[in-house]
Design a protein around this ligand. Structure first.
Ligand code: ZN
Length: 147
């Protein structure tokens, strides 16, 4: 699976222009039908019915489902709903409180929090490396601040 933008027309344009790369070998992807229909639960209980695009790699032949950015792999709830739960937990709220606020089962929210906790160290490491790649010393003022 590959996460792409939410704009279907833009995804189609990038596919047709060969501007989406295979995450395995970096060769261009081309359209390859669609994935199965998914109904993603949004905040407030409404559903988002989506049929993600599929693509095949011109290099290695691997197929990929192109997930819109608001959809997470193997999750029935939107990224915004799960993100709200994670933000609430970071603010000190428990899984039962978050579940009540989001209208989800406590066991579902507890599962999201446990999954994040189990992946926290690799995520911290990856985002620290990304932050260092963007700015080696973010505490020093940039050239624009010295003038
Ligand atoms: Zn490939």
């Amino acid at each position: 699976m590959l996460t792409v933008g939410n704009d279907e027309a833009e995804v189609e344009r990038r596919l047709s222009e060969g501007r989406l790369e295979c995450p395995v070998c970096a060769a261009p992807l081309r359209g390859w039908g669609h994935g199965r229909v998914r109904v993603i639960r949004l905040a407030g209980g409404t559903g988002w019915r989506a049929r993600p695009r599929r693509a095949i790699c011109a290099g290695c032949g691997t197929t990929h489902v192109l997930l819109p950015a608001g959809m997470l792999a193997r999750r029935a709830d939107s990224a915004a709903v799960i993100g709200a739960a994670l933000a609430g937990a970071a603010a000190g709220l428990g899984h039962r409180t978050l579940a009540a606020r989001l209208g989800r089962a406590a066991s579902t929210v507890r599962g999201w929090l446990r999954r994040l906790a189990s992946r926290a160290e690799p995520l911290r490491s990856a985002f620290t490396a990304l932050a260092c790649a963007l700015d080696a010393d973010p505490l020093l003022p940039g050239p624009g601040l010295l003038t």
